[in-house]
Design a protein around this ligand. Structure first.
Ligand code: F6P
Length: 547
């Protein structure tokens, strides 16, 4: 759409509707429509999603869908899938969906069938990881590789580490993975503890192959290897994943051992590209194929399902409903699965690097808040930490609860008769119920609570949540969950009118860090930095370091 969405009729209609429904309580909404727990649900792939515990009614859904149509979400979606350059500030296509198209699909972008390119790389990754996993690929001394160390940061780290942890049960070839991202040397040092260089393979994962942290850690890792096994060992212990063959080769990695991807894959959308090589090494190409298939199932759902029943579209619109109309700042993501412990951190980059923008794609300032702040921890740990604020605090924090029918592990309960997984899931259901319906002062007083304590015990309820359930945490389901959020980000970004696929806001900090390094270390007294705070802090740091 041209013009500002906040000036559209669809926006004004939602604003007026918000004034009416914003006053309603979830208790009332369930009384008015006792069946809403069945009607406000949807299925996408293996995901069963209940969104009845949101401050909405069927009119809200219609108005949100109207808003999405006014913003041309469907048109922009089709443009994305077709490979149009919807990343306008970088003039790039946005085609992470092509990474999970089946081999017999075709998608021509700028005269090139990108699906063939994707599957050529996948085949090479499969051949390479087969050799690693079978023991055919050996290190410089003839030892089997037992640990791959992925060195990367941001999208070149968060996806692989999250998926590796989520799918630990699928590790079936005796290969373990470790991950190093931070330029804090503590990260690399800790990751190398107990590793034998002879059986360690480093995967240097960097889209640009110019990222300070990654190249610094890769150089330090190379030194660690060469000190133990000599210069000639590098070829057998270092491979690269990048879009930049020239820089890979300058670094000293043979491009025969490089796995490529393309500028139309954003870093935070790249775990399903060659960036997932460490995951494939651990779980194998078949399970990795199932992972990709999971994404594809949700892509197809998103591409073909009418917005009224389109899971990523509706969940994205609900995020926007709270963010732009209720003034909510954050969304909690609460996986009731310890294996998904890194999912919230993964989503932070996906969502916040994508939609944390204050100008629209056309360069004009946004006229509504953008970019939900994502955060979270697995249940039930969070219940004993920050849920107090969710339940009784002054802020409205919509929450996504993610849970599974089948456990990845189970143990008996204390009396030996029950399942700990059932205990976990009873917490999941209890929390969404209490958040929604709370407990009134009358109910608390009726239990004999002293009057002066009653106000402290009142549970206001009316705290919205989405319940996302899946049969089991499989490779496919992990792919489905990621795609579910990728497309939410897209929908929100289109309505807000921002370019969800650039990240200019991270650049200045990088260049200033490079400029400041000599200021911290040079023997000569440092030049003034132009502000008294930075000057004084640098002085303090240099004093501590004896400079
Ligand atoms: O600093 C932001 C960023 O550019 C992310 O978007 C990206 O995922 C990360 O750095 C790492 O970049 P690269 O894969 O090029 O090393």
């Amino acid at each position: 759409m041209s013009g500002d969405i906040t000036g559209s009729d669809a926006w004004s209609n939602l604003k007026a509707h918000h004034e009416a429904i914003g006053e309603k309580k979830l208790r009332d909404l369930f009384t008015e429509d006792p069946d809403r727990g069945r009607t406000f649900t949807m299925d996408a792939g293996d995901l069963h999603i209940d969104y009845s515990k949101h401050i909405i009614d069927s009119e809200t859904v219609s108005l949100l869908v109207e808003l999405a149509r006014a913003a041309d979400v469907e048109g922009r979606r089709d443009a994305m899938f077709a490979g149009e350059h919807i990343n306008t500030s970088e003039d790039r296509a946005v085609l992470h969906t092509a990474l999970r198209l089946p081999a017999d699909a075709t998608l021509e972008v700028d005269g090139q069938n990108v699906v063939a390119d994707v599957h050529e790389v996948l085949t090479r990754m499969g051949e390479f990881t087969d050799r690693l996993r079978s023991g055919e690929w050996v290190g410089a001394t003839g030892s089997r590789i037992s640990t791959v160390v992925n060195i990367g940061i941001g999208g070149s780290d968060l996806g692989p580490v999250m998926v590796y942890k989520a799918l630990r049960h699928y590790a079936d070839a005796g290969i373990d993975a470790r991950f190093v991202s931070n330029v804090d040397p503590a990260d690399l040092v800790a990751a190398l503890v107990g590793l034998d260089p002879a059986s360690t393979l480093f995967i240097i994962a960097s889209k640009t192959f110019s990222t300070l942290e990654t190249l610094t850690n890769a150089t330090a890792a190379r030194r660690w290897l060469v000190d133990a096994l000599g210069e000639d060992s590098v070829a057998k212990h270092f491979v690269a994943v990048s879009t930049n063959a020239e820089r890979v080769s300058e670094f000293g990695i043979d491009t025969a051992n490089m796995f490529g991807f393309w500028d139309w894959v954003g870093g935070r959308y790249s775990v399903d590209s060659a960036i997932g090589l460490s995951v494939m090494a651990v779980i194998g190409k078949e399970a990795f194929g199932e992972f990709l298939d999971g994404f594809h199932r949700i892509d197809e759902h998103f591409r073909t399902t009418p917005l009224e029943q389109n899971a990523p579209a509706l969940l994205g619109l609900l995020g926007l409903w709270y963010s732009s109309f209720f003034g909510s700042e954050t969304r909690a993501v609460l996986p009731y699965s310890n294996d998904l412990s890194r999912f919230p951190a993964y989503l932070q980059q996906l969502t916040m690097e994508s939609n944390g923008k204050s100008v629209k794609a056309d360069g004009t300032p946004v006229t509504t808040s953008t970019g939900e702040i994502f955060w979270g921890e697995p249940g039930t740990n969070g219940q004993h930490a920050f849920y107090q604020l969710l339940h009784q605090g002054t802020r409205l924090i919509p929450a996504d609860f993610i849970g599974f029918a089948e456990p990845t592990d189970d143990l008996p309960t204390r009396d030996g008769t029950g399942s700990m997984h059932d205990l976990l899931m009873s917490n999941y259901f209890a929390q969404t119920k209490v958040l929604a319906f709370g407990k009134t002062a009358d109910e608390i007083a009726a239990e004999g609570t002293a009057p002066d304590v009653v106000p402290h015990k009142v549970m206001p309820g009316n705290r919205p949540s989405t319940s996302i359930l899946a049969p089991k945490l499989t490779p496919s389901v992990v792919g489905q969950l990621i795609a579910l959020y990728e497309h939410q980000v897209f929908v929100e970004g289109v309505v807000w009118g921002v370019d969800s696929f650039d990240q200019w806001g991270v650049e200045l900090g990088k260049t200033q860090a490079l400029e400041l390094t000599p200021v911290l270390t040079d023997e000569a007294a440092p030049e003034k930095q132009g502000d008294s705070s930075t000057d004084a802090l640098v002085r303090w740091y240099r004093d501590q370091r004896g400079r």
